[in-house]
Write a protein that binds this ligand. Sequence first.
Ligand code: SF4
Ligand code: SF4
Ligand code: SF4
Ligand code: FES
Length: 549
Amino acid sequence: MSNAFSITIDGRPVEVQPGESVLMAARKLAIDIPTLCYLEKCGPLNTCQVCLVKSNGKLVSSCGTKATPGMVIESETEEVHEARRTALELLFSDHVGDCLSPCHRLCPLGLNIPVMLRHIEAGQLSDAARLVRNALPLAGVLGRLCHHPCEQGCRRGHWDDPAAIRDMEKFVTDEDRKSVEPCVPHCKPSSGKSVVIIGAGPTGLAAAGFLLREGHKVTVVDRHSQAGGSLRGLSVDHLPWHVLEKEIELLQRLGLEFKPGVALGRDLRLEGLARGFDAIVVAVGEFQSSDATDWGLPLAAGSIRVEPNTCQTALEKVFAAGSAVRPQKQLVKAMAEGRAVAECVHRFLSGQPVHRPEKAFSSVMGRLDAGELRQFLRTANAASAVSPCDRCAGHTRSEAALESSRCLHCDCRSSGNCVLQHYAQTYGVDASRFRAERRQFEQQLQPGGIIFEPGKCILCGICVKLTELAAEPLGLTFIGRGFDVQVATPFSAAIQAGLQKVAAECVEHCPTGALVLQSKPAGESALANVPPLTPRLSHICLRLPRLIG
Ligand code: SF4
Ligand code: SF4
Ligand code: SF4
Ligand code: FES
């Protein structure tokens, strides 16, 4: 078009039309500027201030700044990123919600427990199996032997008994083993790279599972005749042999090559391995110091010394993890170390900066008071903990569904789709940086299935504008003053009443989990059969540990 002109963003010229904003220009260059309050249909609302860029030495919002000829914009400098990070951190100063549930954050392998429980409750067992198998190496073993730190943080346990999370993992993997088509985790296409892992214990096998799924060729060697390490020493009461066998078979189906009877030092020379493999992982449970020193691996206090954040030893392409580095008493932690070293090796092999898996971002509510807990209980099943009729056989399908329906769904219904959470992760936000005393958690259940959680609302204004554009009879508005401003329906009507025409659109475009659809019918509330306050509630505050995301 004749009136088009050019501006420069991060040194790259881009042609813009008169009236276009800096944000629109940046999007033409595929530059990812974070936005929370911007929706093209609504025009710039200028409320969130996370879309900052630098123009002529000043920080301005890119959605509300029109491009002018010759403009020079900086978008991806450290200064601009810091300003965006601060804007995001301010939004978290009074944010009330958990992106990830307490149990999820406490699982060293990061299993998304509430999603697993919702699948079980809905009878979607293959979905549950896929979720479990993707997160947990040797899932059938963990379902029996994990010390279940997740259950320590389960909010249901502050009412009656925690959800039986470990038993549900066992149920899912037992059902999967019996099924006609057991779940086989998806592996990426071959990377052409090969890794040798020395030690077929929990850490080595876990590392193998994750590396195989990244498409690498994996060989595991062990001085024993069978894979499994310390798991082989357990009685069948604790771990039936066929469970471990099946888990190892599954790894072999993914391509694992196992070489028994091969010992570090006696049979293995570093030079030979270095010629044959692109990376080497030392994951032995026990080792002789002399073997390690023969290899030239520096030791510290009798353990192999590694860079803590990269699992790298002093030798090129040699990594170490598990008990060889730090004694691991807990099975799930030993496997989490396997996952960490696998991530480091995968990054090394694919030319990315080497580091352990990043911690998933989560806003954290911390302690709940009795009233807050009661709000969560409204959407959960009132049944008390469900013990299997036949202890040896474990939960039946109906028992497992009932037990799973006791979950309070402490995770945010928007987690994974929340724009605020996404950019908080991207920008390395510290959600507690500006945190003051937090507001009460409030959850308004609307008759049409909409849930409004005011503590998650960032007052972006999108829903208010959408109801205005749709000429809703009541619509939504901002009420209150200063720090007490809140989105609400005029005349104190329910939120649902203000959303006769554009409820779905508002839910879709809400950038956080403030406005969401309830994913399942409320069913019988956990509050239905209990008195208003139980004695257990009096010590909630004492029992609920401070949960770190
Ligand atoms: S709204 Fe987003 S940021 Fe807030 S708790 Fe939910 S997922 Fe986390
Ligand atoms: S109630 Fe459910 S989501 Fe909440 S902590 Fe327990 S298992 Fe996790
Ligand atoms: S509820 Fe409305 S104002 Fe609040 S964050 Fe969602 S869309 Fe924005
Ligand atoms: S101020 Fe630009 S997206 Fe919010």
